[in-house]
Write a protein that binds this ligand. Structure first.
Ligand code: AMP
Ligand code: GLY
Length: 377
């Protein structure tokens, strides 16, 4: 249906947002038909589609990641957990809408996670295998780059806020807010991440005959002993991208075209030094069940504030009114002279918007404020 649509509407360029169509082969199919599309084909979309695939490649290419073992048998997994003890991290191999990772503080929690994934099969076939890995403490950062299969162009660093409640409490979500740059990935560390993580992946994949074209997104944990990849995604992060793109002075379309055409070698991006913050407004109840079709008010008023961008995620327009349609509804985003200023403006904009049940975290960027503001990318 999407192919027919792209042909009928003479779409020049398709950019794939979510991971499922990438893993299911939308890029392969569009290319076969001569339709221009940005994203990896199924071979490397597996970096996100299979944690086992990603971990084994990291091991092969010497990319730093938490120590791990792979299991397809429940009893073997349980006895490994008993041997290792807690804390420990259990991950379903396949896609699980961001819900397949269990960071377990106790052995009991870890055993429950195995039960959930391998016995109750909460994620279906995605739970045929699990990765069990060492739990790493530290500060998380996202490094997102665009690759043409051989070279890469890094975007600015960012940090996501995965939990639903303030102080990182409650269940994981798709992301409740972000800011860029992330002070934890300051100049030197940023370069280290590019050289030790991003390039070895891109070069290693090319060598194996499966060049990765599209986004490579590394979720990284940084602590005193070094940096460790927690996961790879093969699409733009949400809401990280909302906090990155307002800072990018180059045209994103030029970057995407250069990736598709294999011309990233000499591609230079220009960046606004000012930090950017994004606060996600969600429907009450998310990430659990929530109500839809609530009218959103105050959008124009909020958008009038200087350097504010309101990204629509779960909305639809009905005549002149905007209604909610999703869990994460809006990315309320602002540039500022420093991170504090960007946060203040985002929250000011958030304060002007209202819909029934509207919820947002009040502590986005708190950690960046603690860590200082010393990074330029
Ligand atoms: P993922 O779905 O792979 O992004 O993982 C979700 C979250 O789980 C990450 O953002 C981390 O906060 C956490 N996580 C994943 N792997 C580890 C690990 N080895 N040690 C500690 N936390 C982890
Ligand atoms: N915000 C995390 C993600 O896009 O996977």
């Amino acid at each position: 249906a999407l192919q027919d649509f792209a042909r009928r509407e003479k779409i020049d360029l398709t950019v794939v947002g979510p991971e499922t169509p990438l893993v299911n082969g939308i890029v392969d199919e569009f290319k076969k038909e001569g339709l221009r599309i940005f994203g990896p084909d199924t071979r490397t979309a597996l970096l996100e589609g299979s944690k086992v695939f990603a971990k084994e490649l990291m091991r092969e290419f010497g990319v730093p990641t938490a120590d791990f073992e792979v299991f397809d048998d429940k009893d073997a997994a349980l006895s490994f957990i008993r041997k290792k003890g807690a804390p420990i991290v259990i991950k379903a191999d396949g896609l699980a809408a961001g819900k397949g990772v269990f960071v377990c503080a106790t052995q009991q929690e870890a055993e429950k996670a195995i039960e959930e994934i391998m016995v109750k099969r909460a994620f279906g076939d995605s739970g045929n295998k699990v990765v069990i890995e060492e739990c790493i403490q530290g500060e998380e950062v996202s490094i997102i780059a665009v690759s043409d299969g051989e070279n890469l162009t890094p975007l600015a660093s960012s940090q996501d806020h995965k939990r639903i409640f303030d102080h990182d409490k409650g269940p994981n979500t798709g992301g409740m807010g972000a800011y860029s740059p992330a002070p934890v990935a300051n100049g030197e560390r940023f370069v280290e991440a590019i050289n030790k993580i991003m390039y070895p992946m891109i070069r290693g994949l090319k060598k194996k005959g499966m060049p990765h074209k599209g986004v490579l997104y590394a979720g990284i944990m940084i602590n005193d002993t070094g940096m460790y990849v927690l996961e790879f995604n093969v699409r733009f992060g949400d809401p990280e991208t909302q906090a990155i793109l307002p800072r990018m002075k180059s045209d994103i379309i030029d970057l995407i075209e250069a990736s598709i055409d294999g011309k990233l070698k000499d591609f230079k991006t220009k960046w606004d030094k000012r930090p950017c913050a994004c606060v996600v407004a969600s429907s009450g109840g998310y990430p659990g069940p929530y109500k839809k079709d609530k009218e959103i008010r105050g959008l124009d008023e909020a958008a009038e504030l200087k350097d504010v961008f309101i990204f629509h995620a779960g909305t639809r327009k009905n005549r002149e009114r905007y209604l909610t349609t999703g869990g994460r509804v809006l990315g309320i985003t602002a540039l500022g002279s420093n991170i504090e200023d960007a946060l203040r403006t985002s929250y000011e904009a958030a304060g002007k918007i209202r819909f029934e049940g509207m919820y947002y975290r009040k502590d986005i960027g708190r950690r960046a404020l603690c860590l200082g503001n010393q990074s330029s990318r």
